[in-house]
Design a protein around this ligand. Structure first.
Ligand SMILES: [Mn+2]
Length: 416
């Protein structure tokens, strides 16, 4: 069903971006539909930057921001196709519902673009993603360059918008934090359900189905990323995807799954025993990882840097594993090597990443940035590279007054 109203914050974001770059044009394509079967597509999800600035969820669309104006190119209305695929907004709907200044059919994009670029000094466009669109954009830039002749006016330079938009998206408004909180609450409930329902003999995909159900039941549109449901040794594969093995009593089950709510994604990892009881060895490692996580979350305050949080996690895990005799070698050397010694690796991935519309970093600048007001970060599973290391996560928001957890109803340590 079509929307009749979109929140004003989409327009506010466009205005803010154009104000910061008054002489620039931003060219942002929608996601492309991908065929699954001859007449069926894979589920469509709008491109995050495009959605962030428009709220518009149709494919074959293109957003142009130039000279203070928002121009949206959209699919034409098509009575025949709409019978099969559902209603479209068309140019009229784009103007009325999405509050853009101008709207044109997408087939006019090529003809209109050179005119829209006139008078701009730089063009933000990510090249290399869509071959056909690249050709159109480059042709328009060339046309524009040729039209400048010997006027002495500056030529338009081409810039990747990733850094500008990534920096903008790094700072979350109250509405965005609310969406992240909601995504995290639903995700936490799904994890808890799986903890209660899991039995030895179940297949990993049965647990995946439960998680999916809880996400959708809670209001999530989809998963934020492919759920990782990894029993036993499968948990040592960082992005395990098969999810098709039987769960055994005595093994641990790692679930790394996050629901996507209003395009914002939670990302929670928990590890617990399939048969409800930790062995002594499992409990020892669990407690060590839990300790590192608690200390990492405590460090997430404005001014802290993610690499420092990661380094501390690495120190706690290394010292713990050395004292248990599971890791051998020189403490400082292992920490310097990011948790690796000649004989083992323990922490090959960073301990934290930024939360946003996708799991992980939104910007090249994000990981070197200090935690700042209204930047949301998540403490992430630290390592499963060694079969003996697992780590719980929870989501933390950084605000001026300190940090607070986004998923207050997160699953806690479970010992039954
Ligand atoms: Mn994760």
């Amino acid at each position: 069903m079509l929307l009749s109203h979109v929140p004003g914050y989409f327009k506010a974001r466009r205005d803010r971006l154009m104000k910061a770059h008054p002489a620039a044009a931003f060219l942002l394509p929608s996601s492309e539909e991908v065929l699954r079967n001859p007449d069926v597509h894979f589920p469509f999800r709008q491109e995050s930057n495009f959605y962030y600035l428009t709220g518009f969820e149709e494919p074959e669309s293109f957003l142009v921001l130039a000279k203070g104006k928002t121009i949206l190119f959209v699919r034409r209305r098509d009575a025949e196709k709409e019978i099969w695929e559902g209603e479209r907004y068309g140019t009229e709907g784009a103007l009325k519902v999405f509050g853009v200044d101008e709207a044109y059919p997408i087939d006019e994009f090529e003809a209109k673009l050179p005119e829209l670029l006139k008078g701009t000094e730089e063009t933000f466009y990510r090249i290399g993603l869509h071959e056909t669109t690249d050709r159109k954009v480059l042709a328009a830039l060339e046309k524009y360059r040729a039209s400048q002749g010997r006027s002495g006016k500056p030529l338009s330079s081409l810039r990747d918008p990733a850094e500008t938009l990534g920096e903008m998206r790094l700072y979350k408004s109250a509405e965005e934090v609310e969406l992240l909180r909601k995504a995290s609450q639903i995700t936490a409930a799904a994890h808890k359900m799986a903890m209660v329902e899991v039995r030895p003999g179940m297949n990993e995909f049965e647990v995946e189905a439960m998680i999916d159900y809880a996400f959708r039941k809670g209001g999530c549109q989809r998963v934020g990323y492919g759920s990782i449901i990894a029993g036993g040794k499968n948990a040592t594969c960082l992005h395990y995807r098969s999810n098709n093995e039987s769960l055994r009593d005595g093994d641990l089950l790692l679930i790394d799954a996050g629901g996507e709510y209003g395009y914002y994604t939670s990302d929670i990892t928990r590890t617990f025993p399939v048969g409800r009881v930790f062995s002594k060895a499992q409990a020892t490692i669990y407690d060590l990882v839990l300790k590192s996580q608690k200390e990492a979350v405590a460090m997430c305050r404005p001014g802290a840097k993610l690499p420092d949080v990661h380094k501390h996690v690495c120190e706690v895990l290394t010292e713990g594993l050395l004292s248990l005799g599971l890791l051998k070698g020189d403490r400082d050397e292992i920490i310097k090597n990011n948790g690796s010694s000649a004989s083992s690796r323990t922490a090959p991935v960073t301990g934290s990443a930024w939360m946003c519309m996708m799991s992980g970093s939104t910007s090249r600048v994000a990981n070197r940035a200090r935690l700042r007001r209204a930047c949301a970060s998540r403490s992430s599973r630290d390592s499963t590279s060694s079969p003996m290391i697992w780590k719980r996560t929870r989501s933390t928001a950084i605000s001026a007054s300190g940090s607070r957890t986004i998923s207050s109803s997160r699953p806690r340590a479970m010992r039954i």
